[in-house]
Design a protein. Structure first.
Length: 479
Protein backbone atom coordinates (compact mmCIF):
# COMPACT_ATOMS: atom_id res chain seq x y z
CA UNK A 1 0.00 0.00 0.00
CA UNK A 2 1.23 3.49 -0.85
CA UNK A 3 2.63 5.46 2.08
CA UNK A 4 0.91 8.64 3.29
CA UNK A 5 2.97 11.27 5.06
CA UNK A 6 1.98 11.87 8.66
CA UNK A 7 1.40 15.59 8.04
CA UNK A 8 -1.28 14.62 5.49
CA UNK A 9 -2.79 11.91 7.70
CA UNK A 10 -3.26 14.44 10.52
CA UNK A 11 -5.03 16.83 8.16
CA UNK A 12 -7.37 14.16 6.81
CA UNK A 13 -10.96 13.68 7.98
CA UNK A 14 -11.59 10.62 5.78
CA UNK A 15 -12.40 8.42 8.76
CA UNK A 16 -12.77 4.76 7.94
CA UNK A 17 -10.15 4.97 5.19
CA UNK A 18 -7.20 2.58 5.27
CA UNK A 19 -3.83 4.36 5.45
CA UNK A 20 -0.18 3.36 5.59
CA UNK A 21 2.37 5.43 7.53
CA UNK A 22 6.10 4.90 7.99
CA UNK A 23 8.46 6.55 10.43
CA UNK A 24 10.37 6.40 13.68
CA UNK A 25 8.89 5.55 17.06
CA UNK A 26 8.91 8.42 19.54
CA UNK A 27 7.29 6.43 22.33
CA UNK A 28 5.56 3.12 22.93
CA UNK A 29 3.40 2.48 25.94
CA UNK A 30 0.78 -0.10 26.58
CA UNK A 31 -1.00 -2.58 28.82
CA UNK A 32 -2.84 -5.87 28.41
CA UNK A 33 -5.67 -4.18 26.53
CA UNK A 34 -4.07 -1.66 24.18
CA UNK A 35 -0.71 -0.38 22.88
CA UNK A 36 -0.12 3.28 21.95
CA UNK A 37 2.70 4.03 19.50
CA UNK A 38 3.65 7.65 18.78
CA UNK A 39 5.10 7.75 15.25
CA UNK A 40 6.88 10.58 13.47
CA UNK A 41 8.28 10.74 9.92
CA UNK A 42 9.81 14.25 9.98
CA UNK A 43 7.10 15.85 7.86
CA UNK A 44 5.64 17.65 10.89
CA UNK A 45 6.40 18.34 14.53
CA UNK A 46 3.30 16.34 15.44
CA UNK A 47 3.18 12.57 15.92
CA UNK A 48 0.42 10.29 14.77
CA UNK A 49 -0.87 7.86 17.37
CA UNK A 50 -1.02 4.25 16.21
CA UNK A 51 -3.30 2.13 18.40
CA UNK A 52 -2.69 -1.63 18.42
CA UNK A 53 -4.70 -4.40 20.02
CA UNK A 54 -2.01 -6.62 21.64
CA UNK A 55 -4.19 -9.71 21.21
CA UNK A 56 -3.97 -9.32 17.41
CA UNK A 57 -0.17 -8.97 17.16
CA UNK A 58 2.72 -11.20 18.03
CA UNK A 59 4.11 -10.34 21.47
CA UNK A 60 7.73 -10.47 20.25
CA UNK A 61 6.90 -8.06 17.42
CA UNK A 62 5.45 -5.51 19.86
CA UNK A 63 8.56 -5.82 22.05
CA UNK A 64 10.71 -4.80 19.07
CA UNK A 65 8.80 -1.52 18.68
CA UNK A 66 11.00 0.57 20.95
CA UNK A 67 11.87 4.27 20.99
CA UNK A 68 13.89 5.04 17.84
CA UNK A 69 12.83 1.95 15.92
CA UNK A 70 11.67 2.39 12.31
CA UNK A 71 8.31 0.82 11.47
CA UNK A 72 5.50 0.69 8.95
CA UNK A 73 1.95 0.83 10.30
CA UNK A 74 -1.14 0.10 8.23
CA UNK A 75 -4.62 0.55 9.57
CA UNK A 76 -7.88 2.47 9.66
CA UNK A 77 -8.02 6.24 10.22
CA UNK A 78 -10.47 6.96 13.05
CA UNK A 79 -11.43 9.88 15.25
CA UNK A 80 -9.27 9.95 18.35
CA UNK A 81 -10.83 9.16 21.71
CA UNK A 82 -8.05 10.94 23.63
CA UNK A 83 -7.07 14.56 23.99
CA UNK A 84 -4.34 16.19 21.95
CA UNK A 85 -5.10 14.77 18.53
CA UNK A 86 -8.12 14.74 16.23
CA UNK A 87 -7.40 11.38 14.63
CA UNK A 88 -5.43 8.19 15.11
CA UNK A 89 -4.79 4.91 13.33
CA UNK A 90 -6.24 1.60 14.42
CA UNK A 91 -3.46 -0.75 13.35
CA UNK A 92 -4.14 -3.86 11.29
CA UNK A 93 -0.51 -4.51 10.29
CA UNK A 94 2.85 -3.58 11.82
CA UNK A 95 6.23 -4.14 10.19
CA UNK A 96 9.56 -3.37 11.84
CA UNK A 97 12.11 -2.00 9.36
CA UNK A 98 14.90 -1.13 11.77
CA UNK A 99 15.45 -2.24 15.36
CA UNK A 100 16.74 0.22 17.95
CA UNK A 101 18.41 -1.04 21.12
CA UNK A 102 18.87 0.61 24.51
CA UNK A 103 22.11 2.36 23.44
CA UNK A 104 20.13 4.79 21.23
CA UNK A 105 21.38 8.21 22.48
CA UNK A 106 18.11 10.12 22.00
CA UNK A 107 15.80 7.95 24.07
CA UNK A 108 15.26 10.25 27.03
CA UNK A 109 13.87 13.76 27.19
CA UNK A 110 15.70 16.63 28.84
CA UNK A 111 19.11 16.11 27.26
CA UNK A 112 21.28 19.21 27.03
CA UNK A 113 22.11 20.74 23.68
CA UNK A 114 25.79 20.19 24.41
CA UNK A 115 25.08 16.46 24.84
CA UNK A 116 23.12 16.36 21.60
CA UNK A 117 25.96 18.06 19.68
CA UNK A 118 28.07 15.01 20.56
CA UNK A 119 25.44 12.92 18.77
CA UNK A 120 24.71 15.27 15.89
CA UNK A 121 24.05 12.32 13.59
CA UNK A 122 21.02 11.41 15.75
CA UNK A 123 19.86 14.74 17.18
CA UNK A 124 17.98 15.55 13.96
CA UNK A 125 15.32 13.02 15.01
CA UNK A 126 14.37 15.02 18.09
CA UNK A 127 11.41 17.40 18.14
CA UNK A 128 13.59 20.49 18.62
CA UNK A 129 16.02 19.80 15.81
CA UNK A 130 13.32 18.58 13.48
CA UNK A 131 11.56 21.92 14.00
CA UNK A 132 14.76 23.90 13.48
CA UNK A 133 15.63 22.06 10.25
CA UNK A 134 12.14 22.48 8.79
CA UNK A 135 12.34 26.20 9.54
CA UNK A 136 15.83 26.31 8.01
CA UNK A 137 14.39 24.81 4.82
CA UNK A 138 11.57 27.35 4.80
CA UNK A 139 13.98 30.24 5.25
CA UNK A 140 15.97 29.03 2.26
CA UNK A 141 12.77 28.93 0.21
CA UNK A 142 11.84 32.43 1.41
CA UNK A 143 15.23 33.78 0.34
CA UNK A 144 15.08 32.33 -3.17
CA UNK A 145 11.44 33.37 -3.58
CA UNK A 146 12.05 36.95 -2.42
CA UNK A 147 14.93 37.60 -4.77
CA UNK A 148 13.28 35.86 -7.71
CA UNK A 149 10.11 37.92 -7.26
CA UNK A 150 12.18 41.12 -7.07
CA UNK A 151 14.12 40.54 -10.29
CA UNK A 152 17.42 39.30 -8.84
CA UNK A 153 19.47 36.58 -10.50
CA UNK A 154 20.92 33.70 -8.48
CA UNK A 155 24.67 33.97 -9.03
CA UNK A 156 27.16 31.24 -8.17
CA UNK A 157 30.49 32.50 -6.86
CA UNK A 158 33.57 30.27 -6.36
CA UNK A 159 34.30 28.43 -3.13
CA UNK A 160 37.99 28.22 -4.00
CA UNK A 161 39.69 31.58 -4.42
CA UNK A 162 43.07 33.30 -4.41
CA UNK A 163 41.71 36.55 -2.95
CA UNK A 164 40.72 37.50 0.59
CA UNK A 165 37.55 39.59 0.46
CA UNK A 166 37.75 40.77 4.07
CA UNK A 167 41.53 41.23 4.14
CA UNK A 168 41.77 39.51 7.52
CA UNK A 169 43.75 36.50 6.34
CA UNK A 170 41.69 33.99 8.38
CA UNK A 171 41.27 31.52 5.53
CA UNK A 172 41.48 27.75 5.12
CA UNK A 173 44.09 26.85 2.52
CA UNK A 174 43.35 24.45 -0.34
CA UNK A 175 46.26 22.43 -1.65
CA UNK A 176 47.27 19.13 -3.24
CA UNK A 177 50.87 19.56 -2.10
CA UNK A 178 52.64 17.02 0.10
CA UNK A 179 52.76 18.88 3.40
CA UNK A 180 55.72 16.78 4.54
CA UNK A 181 57.88 17.90 1.61
CA UNK A 182 57.09 21.54 0.80
CA UNK A 183 59.18 23.34 -1.78
CA UNK A 184 60.41 26.72 -0.52
CA UNK A 185 62.39 29.65 -1.89
CA UNK A 186 65.52 31.20 -0.37
CA UNK A 187 63.42 33.30 2.03
CA UNK A 188 61.62 30.18 3.29
CA UNK A 189 58.33 31.01 1.56
CA UNK A 190 56.35 28.15 0.05
CA UNK A 191 56.52 27.84 -3.75
CA UNK A 192 53.16 26.92 -5.23
CA UNK A 193 54.09 26.45 -8.89
CA UNK A 194 53.68 22.68 -8.52
CA UNK A 195 50.35 22.97 -6.69
CA UNK A 196 47.06 22.21 -8.44
CA UNK A 197 46.21 25.86 -9.22
CA UNK A 198 49.83 27.02 -9.44
CA UNK A 199 49.30 29.57 -6.68
CA UNK A 200 48.14 29.77 -3.07
CA UNK A 201 44.38 29.25 -2.85
CA UNK A 202 41.87 29.15 -0.01
CA UNK A 203 38.22 28.51 0.79
CA UNK A 204 36.22 31.70 0.32
CA UNK A 205 35.22 33.96 3.21
CA UNK A 206 32.69 35.79 1.03
CA UNK A 207 31.36 35.84 -2.51
CA UNK A 208 30.93 39.61 -2.45
CA UNK A 209 33.74 40.69 -4.75
CA UNK A 210 32.69 38.24 -7.45
CA UNK A 211 29.07 39.20 -6.74
CA UNK A 212 29.89 42.79 -7.62
CA UNK A 213 31.01 41.58 -11.05
CA UNK A 214 27.61 39.97 -11.49
CA UNK A 215 25.79 43.13 -10.43
CA UNK A 216 27.70 45.24 -12.95
CA UNK A 217 26.55 42.89 -15.71
CA UNK A 218 23.10 41.65 -14.64
CA UNK A 219 21.95 44.61 -12.54
CA UNK A 220 20.90 42.70 -9.43
CA UNK A 221 22.23 39.36 -8.21
CA UNK A 222 22.35 37.35 -5.02
CA UNK A 223 24.58 34.57 -3.79
CA UNK A 224 23.52 31.91 -1.31
CA UNK A 225 26.10 29.34 -0.35
CA UNK A 226 28.72 28.16 2.15
CA UNK A 227 31.58 30.38 3.31
CA UNK A 228 34.51 29.62 5.58
CA UNK A 229 36.37 31.51 8.31
CA UNK A 230 39.45 30.08 10.04
CA UNK A 231 38.83 32.09 13.19
CA UNK A 232 39.59 30.38 16.49
CA UNK A 233 36.32 31.63 17.99
CA UNK A 234 34.59 29.36 20.49
CA UNK A 235 31.47 31.49 20.95
CA UNK A 236 27.72 30.85 20.54
CA UNK A 237 27.74 33.15 17.48
CA UNK A 238 30.61 31.83 15.35
CA UNK A 239 31.10 28.89 12.99
CA UNK A 240 34.04 27.95 10.78
CA UNK A 241 31.63 26.90 8.01
CA UNK A 242 28.39 28.79 7.54
CA UNK A 243 26.04 29.95 4.79
CA UNK A 244 25.80 33.50 3.50
CA UNK A 245 23.24 35.44 1.48
CA UNK A 246 24.87 38.30 -0.41
CA UNK A 247 22.83 40.47 -2.80
CA UNK A 248 24.61 43.08 -4.91
CA UNK A 249 22.68 45.73 -6.82
CA UNK A 250 23.78 48.26 -9.41
CA UNK A 251 22.60 51.88 -9.09
CA UNK A 252 21.57 51.49 -5.43
CA UNK A 253 22.30 54.26 -2.92
CA UNK A 254 22.51 54.09 0.88
CA UNK A 255 18.84 54.87 1.54
CA UNK A 256 17.69 52.30 -1.01
CA UNK A 257 20.07 49.72 0.44
CA UNK A 258 18.50 50.12 3.88
CA UNK A 259 15.05 49.81 2.32
CA UNK A 260 16.16 46.51 0.73
CA UNK A 261 17.64 45.19 3.99
CA UNK A 262 14.51 45.94 5.97
CA UNK A 263 12.08 44.67 3.35
CA UNK A 264 14.04 41.45 2.82
CA UNK A 265 14.33 40.47 6.45
CA UNK A 266 10.67 41.29 7.14
CA UNK A 267 9.72 39.08 4.21
CA UNK A 268 11.68 36.18 5.70
CA UNK A 269 10.10 36.64 9.14
CA UNK A 270 6.64 36.87 7.62
CA UNK A 271 7.29 33.68 5.64
CA UNK A 272 8.24 31.86 8.85
CA UNK A 273 5.07 33.00 10.64
CA UNK A 274 2.92 31.99 7.67
CA UNK A 275 4.55 28.65 6.83
CA UNK A 276 6.07 27.29 10.06
CA UNK A 277 3.24 27.74 12.56
CA UNK A 278 3.40 24.34 14.26
CA UNK A 279 7.18 24.38 14.60
CA UNK A 280 7.22 27.97 15.88
CA UNK A 281 4.51 27.21 18.43
CA UNK A 282 6.56 24.24 19.68
CA UNK A 283 9.75 26.33 19.96
CA UNK A 284 7.78 29.15 21.58
CA UNK A 285 6.67 26.66 24.21
CA UNK A 286 9.95 24.84 24.94
CA UNK A 287 12.76 27.23 23.91
CA UNK A 288 11.66 30.87 24.13
CA UNK A 289 8.20 31.89 25.27
CA UNK A 290 8.63 35.35 23.70
CA UNK A 291 9.60 34.00 20.26
CA UNK A 292 6.40 34.50 18.29
CA UNK A 293 5.70 37.89 19.89
CA UNK A 294 9.23 39.02 18.99
CA UNK A 295 8.85 37.87 15.37
CA UNK A 296 5.50 39.64 15.07
CA UNK A 297 7.05 42.74 16.63
CA UNK A 298 9.67 42.92 13.85
CA UNK A 299 6.90 43.15 11.27
CA UNK A 300 5.13 45.95 13.11
CA UNK A 301 8.15 48.18 13.65
CA UNK A 302 9.94 50.51 11.26
CA UNK A 303 13.65 49.94 11.74
CA UNK A 304 15.54 52.85 13.33
CA UNK A 305 18.21 54.33 11.04
CA UNK A 306 21.00 55.46 13.31
CA UNK A 307 24.37 56.99 12.39
CA UNK A 308 27.23 55.40 14.34
CA UNK A 309 28.16 58.77 15.86
CA UNK A 310 24.68 59.20 17.34
CA UNK A 311 24.80 55.62 18.59
CA UNK A 312 28.05 56.31 20.45
CA UNK A 313 26.47 59.38 22.04
CA UNK A 314 23.53 57.27 23.27
CA UNK A 315 25.86 54.63 24.72
CA UNK A 316 28.03 57.20 26.49
CA UNK A 317 24.95 58.87 27.93
CA UNK A 318 23.83 55.48 29.24
CA UNK A 319 27.21 55.03 30.92
CA UNK A 320 26.84 58.41 32.60
CA UNK A 321 23.50 57.20 33.94
CA UNK A 322 25.02 54.09 35.47
CA UNK A 323 24.92 51.52 32.67
CA UNK A 324 27.98 49.24 32.77
CA UNK A 325 29.55 47.65 29.71
CA UNK A 326 32.40 45.17 29.61
CA UNK A 327 33.99 46.77 26.54
CA UNK A 328 34.73 50.46 25.80
CA UNK A 329 32.52 52.39 23.40
CA UNK A 330 34.27 55.60 22.47
CA UNK A 331 34.08 57.08 18.99
CA UNK A 332 36.32 54.94 16.80
CA UNK A 333 35.67 51.68 18.69
CA UNK A 334 34.11 48.73 16.92
CA UNK A 335 30.90 48.11 18.84
CA UNK A 336 30.62 44.87 20.78
CA UNK A 337 27.47 42.73 20.83
CA UNK A 338 26.55 44.15 24.25
CA UNK A 339 26.49 47.69 22.79
CA UNK A 340 24.40 46.64 19.80
CA UNK A 341 21.91 44.78 21.96
CA UNK A 342 21.59 47.72 24.36
CA UNK A 343 20.61 50.01 21.50
CA UNK A 344 18.12 47.49 20.12
CA UNK A 345 16.66 45.90 23.26
CA UNK A 346 16.82 48.66 25.86
CA UNK A 347 17.05 52.06 24.20
CA UNK A 348 14.98 51.83 21.01
CA UNK A 349 13.26 48.48 21.68
CA UNK A 350 13.17 47.78 17.95
CA UNK A 351 15.64 46.76 15.19
CA UNK A 352 18.27 49.33 14.28
CA UNK A 353 20.17 49.93 11.06
CA UNK A 354 23.45 51.56 12.08
CA UNK A 355 25.17 53.63 9.41
CA UNK A 356 28.39 55.52 8.70
CA UNK A 357 31.02 53.63 10.66
CA UNK A 358 34.60 54.87 11.15
CA UNK A 359 36.87 53.93 8.27
CA UNK A 360 39.44 52.36 10.62
CA UNK A 361 37.56 49.08 11.16
CA UNK A 362 35.55 48.77 7.96
CA UNK A 363 36.54 47.11 4.68
CA UNK A 364 38.52 48.75 1.90
CA UNK A 365 35.71 48.50 -0.67
CA UNK A 366 33.19 50.66 1.22
CA UNK A 367 32.30 54.10 -0.09
CA UNK A 368 33.75 56.90 2.02
CA UNK A 369 31.50 59.74 3.13
CA UNK A 370 32.19 63.35 2.19
CA UNK A 371 35.10 64.71 4.18
CA UNK A 372 34.94 68.02 6.01
CA UNK A 373 37.65 70.64 6.30
CA UNK A 374 38.58 69.58 9.83
CA UNK A 375 39.15 65.93 8.86
CA UNK A 376 35.72 64.69 9.89
CA UNK A 377 32.96 63.61 7.52
CA UNK A 378 29.32 64.19 6.69
CA UNK A 379 27.31 60.96 6.54
CA UNK A 380 23.73 59.73 6.53
CA UNK A 381 21.15 62.54 6.80
CA UNK A 382 23.86 65.13 7.39
CA UNK A 383 25.31 63.58 10.56
CA UNK A 384 28.76 65.04 11.22
CA UNK A 385 31.44 62.67 12.56
CA UNK A 386 34.84 63.65 14.01
CA UNK A 387 36.70 61.40 11.59
CA UNK A 388 36.45 59.65 8.19
CA UNK A 389 33.44 57.34 7.91
CA UNK A 390 32.20 54.76 5.45
CA UNK A 391 28.67 54.22 4.12
CA UNK A 392 28.07 51.01 6.05
CA UNK A 393 24.54 49.83 6.89
CA UNK A 394 24.51 47.11 9.55
CA UNK A 395 21.18 45.73 10.78
CA UNK A 396 21.09 45.05 14.53
CA UNK A 397 18.48 42.69 15.97
CA UNK A 398 17.31 41.77 19.46
CA UNK A 399 19.00 38.69 20.96
CA UNK A 400 21.43 38.54 18.03
CA UNK A 401 23.18 41.86 17.60
CA UNK A 402 24.43 42.33 14.04
CA UNK A 403 22.46 40.16 11.63
CA UNK A 404 23.26 42.00 8.37
CA UNK A 405 26.44 43.78 7.33
CA UNK A 406 26.06 45.99 4.28
CA UNK A 407 27.48 49.04 2.54
CA UNK A 408 27.56 51.18 -0.53
CA UNK A 409 30.63 50.12 -2.51
CA UNK A 410 33.22 52.63 -3.70
CA UNK A 411 32.79 53.00 -7.45
CA UNK A 412 35.62 55.51 -8.04
CA UNK A 413 38.86 53.96 -9.30
CA UNK A 414 41.01 56.69 -7.75
CA UNK A 415 39.33 56.51 -4.34
CA UNK A 416 39.38 52.71 -4.27
CA UNK A 417 43.07 52.63 -5.19
CA UNK A 418 43.76 55.30 -2.61
CA UNK A 419 42.20 53.16 0.10
CA UNK A 420 44.00 50.00 -1.06
CA UNK A 421 47.32 51.84 -1.03
CA UNK A 422 46.61 53.49 2.32
CA UNK A 423 46.10 50.05 3.84
CA UNK A 424 49.16 48.70 2.04
CA UNK A 425 47.14 45.82 0.63
CA UNK A 426 48.58 43.26 -1.79
CA UNK A 427 47.02 44.02 -5.18
CA UNK A 428 48.26 40.80 -6.81
CA UNK A 429 44.95 38.99 -6.56
CA UNK A 430 42.71 42.04 -6.80
CA UNK A 431 43.57 43.13 -10.36
CA UNK A 432 40.29 41.78 -11.77
CA UNK A 433 38.27 43.57 -9.07
CA UNK A 434 40.08 46.84 -9.72
CA UNK A 435 39.30 46.48 -13.44
CA UNK A 436 35.59 46.96 -12.68
CA UNK A 437 36.41 50.53 -11.60
CA UNK A 438 38.34 51.17 -14.80
CA UNK A 439 35.78 49.92 -17.30
CA UNK A 440 32.20 51.10 -16.91
CA UNK A 441 32.10 51.56 -13.15
CA UNK A 442 28.73 52.31 -11.62
CA UNK A 443 27.28 53.14 -8.19
CA UNK A 444 26.30 49.93 -6.43
CA UNK A 445 25.63 48.46 -3.00
CA UNK A 446 24.96 45.20 -1.24
CA UNK A 447 24.92 43.33 2.03
CA UNK A 448 25.78 40.01 3.62
CA UNK A 449 23.43 38.06 5.88
CA UNK A 450 24.72 35.09 7.83
CA UNK A 451 22.04 32.46 7.25
CA UNK A 452 22.58 30.78 10.62
CA UNK A 453 22.12 34.08 12.46
CA UNK A 454 18.78 34.49 10.71
CA UNK A 455 17.83 30.97 11.81
CA UNK A 456 18.93 31.79 15.37
CA UNK A 457 16.54 34.72 15.45
CA UNK A 458 13.63 32.93 13.84
CA UNK A 459 13.89 29.83 16.04
CA UNK A 460 14.86 31.43 19.36
CA UNK A 461 17.79 29.03 19.71
CA UNK A 462 20.74 30.38 21.72
CA UNK A 463 23.75 28.74 20.08
CA UNK A 464 24.60 28.94 16.38
CA UNK A 465 25.89 25.36 16.52
CA UNK A 466 22.29 24.23 17.00
CA UNK A 467 20.83 25.73 13.81
CA UNK A 468 23.09 23.94 11.29
CA UNK A 469 22.96 20.15 10.92
CA UNK A 470 26.67 19.50 11.43
CA UNK A 471 28.56 22.44 12.98
CA UNK A 472 32.21 23.05 12.09
CA UNK A 473 34.05 24.73 14.94
CA UNK A 474 37.63 24.74 16.32
CA UNK A 475 38.74 21.15 17.11
CA UNK A 476 35.45 19.76 15.79
CA UNK A 477 34.89 18.37 12.30
CA UNK A 478 33.01 15.16 13.05
CA UNK A 479 30.08 13.75 11.12
Amino acid sequence: MKRTKIIDVLKSTEYGKEVCVKGWVRSHRGNKNVDFIALNDGSTIKNVQVVADPTKFDEELLKQITTGACICATGTLVESQGAGQASEIQATELVVYGLCDSTYPMQKKGQTFEYMRQHAHMRLRTNTFGAVMRIRHNMAMAIHTYFHEHGFFYFHTPLITASDCEGAGNMFQVTTKNLYDLKKDEQGKIIYDDDFFGEQTSLTVSGQLEGELGATALGAIYTFGPTFRAENSNTPRHLAEFWMIEPEVAFLDQEELMDLEEDFIKYCVRWALDNCKDDLQFLNQVIDKTLIARLEGVLKETFVRLPYTEGINILQEAIKNGKKFEFPCNWGDDLASEHERYLVEEHFKKPVIMTDYPRAFKSFYMKQNQETADGGSVGYKGAVAPGPTMQGTDVLFPQIGEIIGGSVREESYDKLMGEINRREMDKTHLWWYIDTRRWGSCPHAGFGLGFERLILFVTGMQNIRDVIPFPRTPKSAEF
